[in-house]
Design a protein around this ligand. Structure first.
Ligand SMILES: *Cc1c(COP(=O)(O)O)cnc(C)c1O
Length: 236
């Protein structure tokens, strides 16, 4: 078994254990493997170990990877999880299956207009900024309801849920509190009658706290593929 295959087994075990602690069914939490900065061969290794859903932050990098893995296209699900600029929406609408980072109606409208008719609707989560921290992407919890209602009406999108990336917190309880803010937004929108099923919360360092707060999809990079080079280190 490859290192990536081993790592995947360990992450699956962590997810299962966290679900057990939270009294949840492990089938209710999907694993998204975040392959940003890693090449197509790493994705092939993960696919060989049974992984199907992959997350990417940078559109250009993702497009070349998707092309290099065209032979596996029908078996892979590509999720765009990075900040989205208007000039990248067409490429995302044409090549991805999911987008987690929608935080403006204008971006959602472009994605809907640009989604090719022969593809299924693009699956979408709204990014919510739950702590106003250094990560400035995302709508405020107060703005989320109006955006959800508007996005739910767009013909070529299917609104699935909420995504959040809270700042790192000092311990499990503090991290869980931040994730719970996203869970509250998710529940409020559902109670208003918008059908959501996806709460995209949790990464390598905090997936247990996310699962205890109700995450249905954890986005895990480092724990599967290893450490990424730090961009700042290159200038030294
Ligand atoms: C990079 C990234 C991840 C994965 O983070 P790890 O700490 O490597 O697990 C998850 N979500 C988003 C939005 C990311 O940018």
């Amino acid at each position: 078994m490859t290192t990536i295959g081993d790592n995947l087994q360990q992450v699956r075990a962590r997810v299962a254990k966290a679900c057990k602690s939270a009294g949840r069914d492990a089938a209710g939490v999907q694993l998204l493997a975040v392959s940003k900065t890693f090449g197509p061969e790493a994705v092939r290794d993960a696919h060989a170990a049974g992984q199907r859903a992959f997350g990417e932050n940078y559109v250009q990098e993702a497009l070349s990877k998707i092309e290099a893995l065209a032979d596996l296209r029908t078996e892979l699900e590509w999720h765009c999880i990075g900040p989205l600029q208007s000039n990248k929406t067409r490429a995302v609408a044409e090549h991805f299956d999911w987008v987690h980072s929608v935080d403006r109606l204008k971006i959602a409208q472009r994605l809907s207009e640009q989604r090719p008719a022969e593809l299924p609707p693009l699956q979408v989560c709204l990014q919510v900024n739950v702590d106003g921290g250094a990560n400035k992407s995302g709508v405020t919890p107060a703005e989320a309801m109006a955006l959800a209602s508007a996005v739910a009406e767009l013909p070529r999108l299917r609104l699935r849920g909420i995504m959040a990336i809270p700042e790192p917190a000092p311990d499990f309880a503090a991290q869980r509190d931040l994730f719970m803010r996203a869970a509250v937004v998710f529940d409020d929108i559902r109670q208003a009658g918008v059908a959501l099923d996806t709460l995209s919360l949790g990464m390598s360092a905090d997936l247990e706290a996310a699962i205890s707060a109700g995450s249905t999809m954890v986005r895990v990079g480092t724990a599967i593929f290893g450490g990424r080079p730090q961009p700042a280190a290159r200038s030294g």
